[in-house]
Design a protein around this ligand. Structure first.
Ligand code: NAP
Length: 288
């Protein structure tokens, strides 16, 4: 590909819309077959406006897809023990099929302890050690939603991964690390970059597939994108700016996700899809 060519955009909004439509059809089938509407419980500690907005967005999408949501809002002073009790209660409640704990929960909460109170069969956000280990072993389970969405995008655009060099910039437990593990499971050769990596640009230059998951505006420059590479930008920074310098990267990449409208919408779509799967599993509905 010449440097003047422009990459094809990977349309996350469109793909997410189709995934949500499919989830809605399946949710309706489950409701018809069992008389029970799939239900996602959302749990929010405190009143952080951004977190509250995320939760409202998720509830609105649920409503559109015929998934019931049950919201549990807890005061900012909630202790880890109280939060664990709440999550254990939802885990034991047969009317709840998926549980989402909006995080970060605040510095006084032991988030790992809270996540582990979520029953694995309701862990539709893929945050428990059980889900993470299942992913590592290649066993069935729920994946962290953003990396799951990235894989769906790569598949929707027919990106060949076997034998390709994938460079994941970022190694957080919910995004970079699982993204690399999912790429590895598909036979990509995976390199992680992080804040201590000696030469991020030089490593990115060797990538057939770049996944940017850092949270630093335009950290990945177009000049470091190998011509013809596939560029997935999971970063979301103030001003709707990604972690990749989009304008220069698109002149070298073959495929690239825009920000917004690329990875972002995929996260909620995968959350809804996994909630429907969880409901089907718990209600014994097969072949939906
Ligand atoms: P995070 O927990 O802050 O992790 C950031 C990662 O980037 C860390 O692994 C860090 O390395 C690495 N890093 C920081 N500076 C770096 C540098 N200069 N060079 C190379 N690596 C560097 O963030 P996150 O939760 O994974 O989120 C990352 C981005 O994705 C954010 O912009 C966030 O808004 C976005 N995001 C989007 C979605 C979505 O689209 N739905 C979902 C989740 C996150 P160390 O490990 O060494 O500290």
């Amino acid at each position: 590909m010449s440097e003047t060519q422009t990459a094809q955009l990977m349309d996350g909004t469109g793909l997410a819309g189709r995934i949500v439509e499919e989830a809605a059809v399946k949710a309706a089938e489950i409701s018809r077959a069992t008389g029970t509407v799939p239900c996602l419980a959302t749990v929010l500690v405190g009143e952080d406006p951004a977190s509250a907005t995320y939760v409202r967005m998720k509830q609105a999408r649920c409503a559109k897809a015929g998934i019931r949501s049950r919201h549990v809002g807890l005061p900012a002073a909630t202790t880890t023990a109280e939060l664990v009790d709440t999550l254990a209660g939802l885990s034991a409640d047969p009317d709840v099929h998926g549980i989402l704990l909006q995080h970060p929960c605040g510095p006084h909460i032991d988030e790992r302890a809270a996540f582990e109170a979520i029953a694995p069969d309701k862990d539709v956000d893929g945050v428990t050690m059980h889900s993470f280990a299942a992913m590592g072993f290649g066993l069935p389970g729920f994946v962290s939603c953003t990396p799951g969405g990235i894989m769906r995008l790569l598949d929707a655009y027919g990106v060949e991964l076997a034998g390709k060099h994938a460079v994941v910039v970022g190694r957080s437990a919910i995004l970079g690390k699982p993204a690399g593990m999912l790429l590895l499971a598909r036979d990509a050769t995976v390199t992680y970059c992080h804040s201590r990596t000696a030469d991020v640009p030089g490593t990115v230059r060797r990538a057939d597939v770049v996944v940017a998951a850092v949270g630093r505006p335009r950290l990945i420059r177009g000049e470091d994108i190998k011509p013809g590479a596939v560029v997935i930008d999971a970063g979301y920074n103030p001003g709707n700016v990604g972690d990749v310098d989009f304008d220069t990267a698109r002149t070298r990449a073959r495929l690239i996700t825009p920000v917004p409208g690329g990875v972002g919408p995929m996260t909620i779509a995968v959350l809804l899809e996994q909630t429907v799967t969880a409901a089907a599993n718990q209600l014994g509905v097969q072949h939906i």
